[in-house]
Structure formats: C-alpha cells, structure tokens
Design a protein around this ligand. Structure first.
Ligand code: PLP
Length: 365
C-alpha cells in the first residue's frame, strides 16, 4: 500500500453544520430551518440571480483568470491597486493558498482558539506546526497573547475579526500595537468573513498596513452578507508581490463564471444589501436580549451575523433536541465550547420560531 503523507493523517477534516436534508431524513421532521452555518436567510438579491442566470448562456467558455471588472471594483472600494486583489473559490481557498505559499515543514503557525477550524488544517497540510492561542474571554482575538506566543519559528499568523464563533472584534489601537510588536517576520492573515456586519467604529481596518507594504493579507467573502455561500466566491487583498505569488499556486479557473457574475451584481445592488445589513445588525441586538431574557447568557457582544450563547448543558444533546423541533443550530463542541451554541441571525419571523422552540427545549428536564 502506498502511504499518504503523514501530516494529512493529523488533519481532522471540517465539521460542517448539519443540512436541512440530513435532519429531515434522519429525524423524520418537515419544514426544518437551518441557522447553523451563518448563511443568509434573506437569500441573495433578485438582481444577483438575474446576472447569474444570464451567465449560464456563456457556460461554453472558460471564466476569466483575472476577473478584471470585479477586481477593479474591489480594489476601488479597498483603496488599493488592482494588483493587490485576488478573487478565489471562497475565503477557504484563499486561506489555504496563503499557507501553501508561505509555510515550510517545521514552521509554526499561530491561530486563535476557539476560532475557524480551517487555520490549523492549512498549517498541517504544509507540514507546519499549528499553535493555538486562547481567544480573549470577551470573545475577541487576543493580539497581545498572539504577539507573546511568537518566536523565531513563527511563519504565519491567522487572525479572525470578528471572530467566529465568539463574535468579538479587536480594535484599531490593538492592531497598531500588534504590528509594532510582530514586525515583518511572519505573514499576518486577517480573516474578515463577517466584516460587513460590524458597526463598532473601533474596528481595525487593515488596508493601511497593506498599502504600507507590510506582510498582511485581508480575506473576505461573498458567502455571508451577499448570500452567495453556494456560489463559492471570496477575495483577498495583499501586497502586489504576494498576490502575484498566489497567482502561481492557485488553479487558474478556480472561480466559475456564474460565481463571478453573481459577485459583481451583488456589489452593484447596494440598496438590497444595505437593507440586509441594517436588519441583521438590529436583529442581532434584539436576539441577544431575547436570549438573555430567557436565561441563556450570550458569550460576547457579537459584531457578526450570529450570536453564541450558553445553553447550560451538553451542546450536542441540546441541538439534537432543537432539531427534533425543526431548528438546526450549531453546537460549540467542535470549537471546544461544550456548553455553547451558535445561532445565525435571520429575518424576525424565523428568529421568533427559533425562540419558541428554545423555550420548549429549555423547559425539558
Ligand atoms: C471565519 C470564516 N472564514 C471563512 C469562512 C469560509 O468562507 P467561504 O464560504 O468564503 O469559503 C467562514 C465560513 O463560515 C468563516 O466563518
């Protein structure tokens, strides 16, 4: 037998949120709603669907390798050159490309814990050594602790802002201090999958650091606010030499035609997505208060499109009981939060249904 690379055996693999189809089939319940993967329950906009449908007439040709118009629009918004932008097959592809480009066997890679599971796997894939740094108890990535953990072997640092699943943010002043402390020895990847939902003015933008030529990469996605999780499209900003390096390692046609058309139309439909953003932010506050009122403490003041709360018992058992009532949320167990659950902010009638089910399950012995 041909043995696979040993580092792959140490990769646990991704634990996805349970799908509606799986829960309906396994538990025999109908009309299930899923609030487990921070997808948009507002859906994407009609203009985006129209653009995606029109792109179907061009399926016989390859997509653009460098999605010129989309890149130009993203560059303009970020205040960066077109050469500083790379579009990818979801943020996932871009997070992994950065490890492929920079991590050598034996290098250490710092990542926050609890946080998004892709970071340690990307490090392991390249034979790197992932080192977890505890997230601050208030739910944000602790940059002081990250800088304390750094040493000569550190090659890459993943940060998540707002952090998934805790929802907190690190601030501009913390970011400035962090950059001063870490210097230019390691590549700093800032995953901003939930940035569109931030309303705290203290939030740290990282575009300035990229403009200054520092080894910083900002990773974004169309999966959350723009409702395009199924299309698989994300983007990255970094210095032009880094982007040029990533072009060498990526598959040239990793982002398909339909996803590119959808993403471009999404950026143009500001009225629709501004409304979704405003509603999400206001419902996030409302949901957090409703959870607290029912005796479920909320982990942090969330700046994302989800809220994580203490269910005060085993999270897997708790979420299974909710599934029997037709609502899927995410147990914190795979994030190391055994008695917490994460729920996606959705339109108000959906959250009302979730809260009703929560009350029923909360009363069960
Ligand atoms: C923090 C974080 N980064 C990245 C992703 C993946 O984004 P994409 O769908 O663009 O691959 C997610 C998805 O849940 C996420 O929570």
């Amino acid at each position: 037998m041909v043995e696979p690379r040993p580092e792959l055996l140490a990769m646990p693999g991704y634990t996805p949120g349970r799908s509606v189809a799986t829960v309906e089939r396994e538990l025999g319940v109908q009309g299930v709603i899923k609030l487990a993967s921070n997808e948009s329950l507002w859906g994407t906009s009609p203009a985006v669907i129209k653009a995606a449908e029109e792109s179907l007439h061009r399926l016989n040709v390859y997509p653009e390798v460098i999605a010129g118009d989309l890149v130009a629009e993203l560059a303009d918004r970020a205040g960066l050159a077109d050469e500083a932008i790379l579009v990818g097959n979801g943020a996932d592809e871009l997070l992994r490309l950065l490890a492929i480009a920079y991590v050598r066997p034996g290098d250490t890679v710092l990542y926050p814990h609890p946080s998004f599971a892709a970071y340690p796997d990307a490090a392991r894939l390249m034979g790197g050594i992932p080192l977890a740094v505890p997230t601050h108890p208030q739910g944000y990535v602790d940059l002081e602790a990250m800088a304390d953990r750094m040493d000569a072997s550190t090659r890459l640092i993943y940060l998540c802002n707002p952090n998934n699943p805790t929802g907190g943010i690190f601030t501009q002043s913390a970011w400035t201090r962090f950059l001063e402390r870490v210097g230019e020895q390691a590549v700093i990847v800032v995953d901003q999958a939930y940035r569109e939902f931030v309303d705290d003015p203290a939030y740290a933008g990282v575009e300035d650091a990229i403009r200054q030529g520092l080894p910083v990469a900002m990773v974004r996605t169309f999966s959350k606010l723009y409702g395009l999780a199924g299309a698989r499209v994300g983007w990255l900003a970094a210095t032009p030499p880094t982007v040029s390096l990533l072009h060498r390692v990526r598959e040239p046609f990793s982002v398909n035609q339909v996803a590119l058309a959808a993403a471009q139309a999404a950026l143009a439909d500001t009225a629709y997505f501004d409304r979704v953003r405003r509603e999400t932010i206001s419902l996030r506050t409302w949901l957090s208060a409703e959870l607290k009122a029912r005796g479920f403490p909320v982990l942090a003041s969330s700046q994302a499109n989800f809220v994580t709360f203490d269910c005060r018992r085993d999270a897997i058992e708790f979420t299974r009981r909710l599934e029997l009532q037709g609502v899927i949320i995410r147990p914190g167990t795979s994030f190391g939060l055994a008695t917490h659950c994460r729920v996606t902010v959705a339109p108000r009638p959906v959250l009302v249904r979730f809260l009703k089910v929560l009350e029923v399950v909360g009363r069960e012995p």
